[in-house]
Design a protein around this ligand. Structure first.
Ligand code: SF4
Length: 336
């Protein structure tokens, strides 16, 4: 459930906040590719192609889809690790789509990234306390003793009390991800982009990290964009879920509603092959035929039409509009 309008900033004496922390409007990210070795022509991989969504304060929005659908590119573009081709990224009321590197420094105090491989994001030669110290110093915490106290507090928050003098290799994969989360929290962010944050971890450890993320969110009033291909996790953690296919969001709904009543044929197929707690048992699996088309030259009309068993002539001629089919339930399909 969304908590729009009810969340107060826990760090500013309970000041009420506007409902949306992030609003993404018509976001596009195209990557140029050469069409031939000697040719002059350039085509574009349309990794993200005109998507819209928002995240409320205190909300977790799940973003799901097959590998290559554009969900990670979405996360990285929202964070401005990639420059958008077009569109608006309204973060805390400001369009950061064209912010300079200097302007982005302020943004990164409030928006952070936790991604899949914690080992790759930590310097193996740096003690974890020093890694966090560096972030605090860069973001203006001058006093050394204050930083030391904050490091202890952060490590305590993620269940690594007293471990600041260890090196990354001395930790397990799950513990390393805890370190990365602590480092992301160092600057007091309001929004964290979690890009497949547990997919490199053992299943037994995944639940611990997910529960940690939920606890931190509740304790600190955080919001997450939770990107994952794992639908079980997405259902467990998310308030609402957006389903992506070939650079487009094809369905967006409250998590419970989406898993109980998927409307888009692609969502139906995706959800039919996972067993999620509380979902219908013995449901019929829908096996998707064919390959995901190339994002360089996506199909005309509806991009899913080459794999959709309900496709009609209209589907190849006209791109379906986004329609609201229920409370907060949006779908882009000619069936509605
Ligand atoms: Fe299938 Fe047509 Fe709906 Fe696309 S618009 S999902 S092809 S029925």
């Amino acid at each position: 459930m969304s908590v729009a309008g009810t969340v107060r900033d826990l760090r500013s004496g309970g000041e009420p906040l506007a409902a949306r922390i992030l609003e993404v409007r018509n976001l596009k990210k195209y990557f140029p590719v050469k069409t031939s070795l000697f040719g002059k022509g350039t085509e574009f991989v349309r990794a993200v192609d005109g998507i819209n969504f928002h995240i409320d304060y205190g909300e977790i929005l799940g973003l799901v889809g097959e590998s290559g659908c554009g969900k990670s590119t979405t996360g990285r573009t929202v964070l401005r690790l990639l420059d958008p081709t077009e569109g608006e990224i309204i973060f805390e009321g400001q369009n950061i789509a064209h912010f300079s590197k200097r302007q982005l420094r302020t943004v990164y105090k409030n928006m952070q990234l936790v991604f899949q491989d914690p080992f790759a994001s930590l310097n193996p030669r740096k003690k974890i306390g020093n890694a966090i110290d560096e972030v605090l110093a860069v973001h203006g915490m001058k006093d050394k003793e204050q930083r030391r106290e904050r490091i202890r507090e952060l490590l305590d928050m993620v269940g690594l009390n007293g471990e600041e003098d260890k090196y990354p290799h001395e930790f397990s994969g799950g513990q390393r991800q805890r370190v990365v989360i602590a480092r992301a929290l160092a600057v007091n962010p309001r929004l964290i982009i979690c890009d497949e944050p547990v997919s490199a971890l053992d299943v037994s450890i995944q639940a611990q990290i997910i529960n940690l993320l939920i606890n931190l969110k509740n304790r600190l009033g955080l919001s997450y964009l939770f990107i994952s291909h794992d639908l079980r996790l997405v259902k467990y953690i998310s308030d609402r879920v957006a389903v992506m296919y070939l650079g487009k969001i094809v369905e967006l709904a409250p998590a419970e509603e989406l898993f109980r009543n998927p409307a888009h044929p692609y969502s139906m197929a995706l959800l039919s092959v996972v067993t999620v707690l509380g979902s219908e048992k013995n449901k019929k699996k829908i096996i998707l035929e064919g390959e995901v088309p190339s994002p360089v030259s996506p199909p005309s009309g509806c991009r899913f039409r080459t794999r959709c068993r309900y496709a009609t002539k209209q589907c190849s001629e006209t791109e379906p509009e986004v329609k609201c089919i229920g409370d907060g339930h949006f779908v882009s399909c000619h069936l509605y």
